[in-house]
Design a protein around this ligand. Structure first.
Ligand SMILES: [Zn+2]
Length: 242
């Protein structure tokens, strides 16, 4: 009986050590991903050629995301700020277009307070006339200096387009919008078609925004800049697409 317990304990110990080592390996991989992303964003910020105001806006978004990754977000949702914004109006510093996915709550992952960001969300962060109109409003009337289109890993809409299935109702229109990005990712010989399609789908939405005369004029006047990024739903990092 004693021997049985010794064997049992030895097995239990081995299993728990293996589990711990797996966990620590996966934590190591996560922190490596975060470090890589922070370094690549610093480079992207350096190379960013928008106006000083747009650059400051991007820096603020990225540092908000770093706060989120380290679990230190401090959004101001006070009654005083609410009253101030209601009385004096909003002056958000960025427009963020992202997916409706519940794992991508824009204000939280960017450590944003009331009045900070003007958010547009659709499944697959696809952009049609209503979204372009909203972007125009944010840029022209509210004076936002930066537009960030943010895709995310494991996006269900892009996955559905990658799998090529037929969807019912209006969902098909979303898949049809994303399908060319999937095709391009395949043609480019991407090893990870989904990840590449997620990036290309962000670029496609940016191109949709760039069909707007209002936005083009504001870009020419250096009043607004457009940039793309991908949010990793596992690590919490945003990586700017260069
Ligand atoms: Zn999504």
């Amino acid at each position: 009986m004693k021997k049985f317990w010794i064997v049992f304990l030895a097995i239990a110990l081995t299993i728990s050590t293996t589990a711990c080592s797996h966990k620590s390996k996966s934590n190591d991989a996560k922190s490596e991903t975060i470090d890589t992303s922070v370094a690549s964003n610093a480079k992207a910020l350096d190379a960013f050629d928008g106006s000083e105001e747009a650059k400051q806006s991007l820096a603020k978004l990225l540092s908000g995301n770093e706060n989120y990754m380290s679990g230190n977000i401090t959004p101001n949702i006070s009654a005083a700020l609410r009253t101030d914004l209601a009385t004096n109006g909003q002056h958000p510093y960025a427009i963020v277009i992202t997916c409706s996915d519940s794992r991508v709550p824009a204000e939280l992952i960017l450590d944003s307070s009331l009045g900070d960001i003007f958010v547009i969300r659709t499944a697959g962060n696809v952009v049609s006339d209503f979204e372009i109109g909203s972007v125009e409003y944010g840029a022209e009337h509210l004076g936002c200096p930066l537009i960030l289109v943010l895709g995310h890993t494991n996006c269900g809409a892009v996955t559905a387009a990658t799998e090529g299935g037929e969807a019912g109702g209006k969902i098909q229109s979303i898949i049809d919008e994303i399908a060319p990005s999937v095709q391009k990712a395949k043609e480019a010989g991407a090893t990870d078609v989904l990840s590449k399609a997620i990036e290309l789908n962000v670029m496609n939405s940016i191109n949709r925004i760039l069909t707007s005369d209002v936005i083009n004029e504001l870009i020419e006047e250096e009043k607004v800049a457009v940039i793309g990024g991908v949010y990793d739903i596992s690590t919490g990092t945003i990586t700017i697409i260069e």
